[in-house]
Design a binder for this molecule. Structure first.
Ligand code: ASP
Length: 355
């Protein structure tokens, strides 16, 4: 009896020690993580190990990315799927819809505990926010990329992928909406933006990150306060396209012609990336008043890079809405989705203060 007890005690302490030291769990106890690959620099290949520009983004397949980091299998039952293989500056609304629908299908599966999306960094923040508004699950969805091609010395992709799989496999990460993870930093999809053209430390949120990967383990310090995923009304399951919304950048010398061109091209909405607090050049304002009268929804945003667009009576009286603290490219996404639900200006404005 005594010896049976001591064997049990030894086994128990070995199990506890194993967990503390990060020994891999048996394969069938590891969470399932699906990696959806879309291309980008993380799948980029250059002619030499020293090249960090002039490479072809989106040239390696998901199998090659996974083979480069066999350690991902220590933390999850991982499988991969190629959704597309593009440089993300060419991202389209149709690919967003495809990706969102696939994530919703996968998230509904019992054997999938979390999802990782690999993506080019140029429009990563946009895809992240689109998914944040349209994925209907609390399971962790992590989007990652790389600033250096897979062939470069000190490529950042492999560690970003490993960290992302570990984050997606971690129950602590549930309910945070879509998370962006690069360079050990975890950010929320709504607030994060690419701030530097080439640095690996490029993704930043003005209100600070959600947390960090500390030696491969997530630690959280913030929560996303705006509603996301299961708490939004946006359902893309039956959509095959999104309403056309253009971003127009305000500058000195604006003359209203780009606004007119957007309306002629069939814009249902225009996000005006205004100067300062979403200020609008007089000439553009006249063109936007005409557009609004024709039923185009106009949202003021700011080209400054931070801060909330505070309502101004001068613009409110023309029916122009305020984009809150969303940058212009994200205000465009929310307006597209809002227009799939309503054309009521009051309802759309309320969405900008909720999501
Ligand atoms: N142009 C690339 C892309 O967005 C850049 C990158 O991935 O870092 O796909």
């Amino acid at each position: 009896m005594k010896s049976k007890l001591s064997i049990a005690a030894v086994m128990l302490s070995a199990m506890i020690l194993g967990t503390q030291c990060g020994f891999a769990a048996p394969a069938d106890q590891k969470p399932g993580v699906k990696i959806l690959a879309t291309g980008g620099t993380i799948a980029g290949s250059a002619a030499s190990k020293t090249a960090t520009s002039g490479y072809k983004a989106g040239s390696l397949g998901i199998d090659v990315l996974m083979e480069a980091v066999p350690e991902i299998k220590d933390y999850a039952q991982v499988s991969g799927e190629q959704v597309c293989n593009i440089s993300s500056n060419n991202m389209t609304d149709e690919l967003w819809l495809k990706l969102s629908k696939r994530i919703n299908e996968l998230a509904a599966q019992k054997d999938v505990g979390g999802i990782v999306v690999t993506h080019g960094t140029d429009t990563l923040e946009e895809t992240a926010y689109f998914l944040d508004l349209t994925v209907k699950s609390d399971k962790p969805v992590v989007i990652t990329g790389a600033m250096r091609p897979a062939t470069a010395i000190s490529a950042d992709g492999p560690m970003n992928l490993l960290n992302s799989v570990r984050l997606a496999a971690d129950k602590k990460a549930s309910g945070n909406g879509v998370m962006v993870l690069l360079n050990d930093e975890i950010d929320n999809a709504r607030d994060v933006t690419k701030t530097n053209t080439t640095s690996v430390d490029t993704f930043k949120s003005h209100n600070g990150p959600l947390g960090f990967m500390n030696d491969g383990v997530p630690d959280f310090y913030n929560k996303p306060l705006r509603l996301h995923t299961t708490k939004t009304p946006f359902d893309v399951r039956n959509l095959t396209s999104l309403p056309k919304v253009y971003v127009i950048y305000g500058t000195a010398g604006s003359d209203g012609k780009i606004v007119d061109a957007a309306v002629k091209a069939g814009a249902k909405g225009i996000v005006y990336a205004g100067t300062g607090n979403g200020s609008i050049h007089q000439q553009d304002k006249e063109a936007l008043i005409k557009a609004a009268k024709a039923g185009v929804v106009v949202v003021r945003s700011s080209r400054t890079g931070s801060g909330m667009v505070v309502p101004e009576p001068e613009y409110a009286k023309e029916g122009f809405l305020d984009g809150d603290s969303l940058n212009p490219q994200k205000a465009r996404i929310l307006l597209q989705l809002a227009l799939t639900k309503t054309h009521d200006l009051g309802e759309i404005q309320a969405m900008f203060h909720k999501y």
